[in-house]
Design a protein around this ligand. Structure first.
Ligand SMILES: [Zn+2]
Length: 174
């Protein structure tokens, strides 16, 4: 039994790993000031049907975080490992938020009646938090620009520490 019902996928393939530029398959926005853009997607589904110890059906929604194939990189510009690390950070932030949501879902007392509204409430709050963190990340790291190297390092350490507690990452990197 998984402690948290959480799924991670990259371009539709289940599992977590470090990204490579090959994963950025989307159409390049040449007018963009950015060299690369990461699109992530957070979602939930009703999960696998399960029963409690008394044989009563229980709700076990599953949280999913995806790295999307429309993420793009402009290979005509300078690509550095640091920039890739920055983009990985966007995906990792989404993962941290998904793990937190999965934990809340696990702790929630769902009934047939409150299921939809409660799940939507938890999801919306997690999604908003994730969007805010993504903005904060870009503001503090200057979208991964070199002058903000120290801030990028700080985020890298923070995310590595957060993800080391994530069962989904542990399961997928074994
Ligand atoms: Zn960025």
């Amino acid at each position: 039994m998984c402690a948290f019902a959480q799924k991670v996928s990259i371009n539709g393939k289940e599992g977590y790993r470090q990204l490579s530029w090959e994963d950025f398959k989307g159409k390049v926005d040449k007018a963009s000031p950015f060299t690369a853009v990461t699109h992530w997607f957070l979602s939930w589904n009703e999960g696998k049907p399960a029963k409690d110890a008394h044989g009563k059906p229980v709700l076990q929604p599953e949280v999913e975080v995806s790295f999307m194939g429309d993420s793009w990189v402009n290979k005509k510009r300078d690509l550095s490992p640091e920039l890739l690390r920055h983009e990985q950070g966007h995906f990792d932030i989404a993962l941290v938020c998904a793990a937190e949501l999965a934990k809340q879902v696990k702790a929630a007392s769902f009934t047939a009646k409150n299921f939809e509204p409660l799940m939507n409430k938890l999801f919306d709050a997690a999604y908003d938090k994730c969007a805010r963190l993504q903005e904060q990340y870009d503001a503090e790291t200057g979208h991964g620009c070199e002058e903000h190297d120290a801030d990028q390092q700080r985020w890298n350490s923070f995310l590595a520490q957060q993800l080391s507690n994530s069962p989904a990452v542990a399961l997928n990197t074994l």
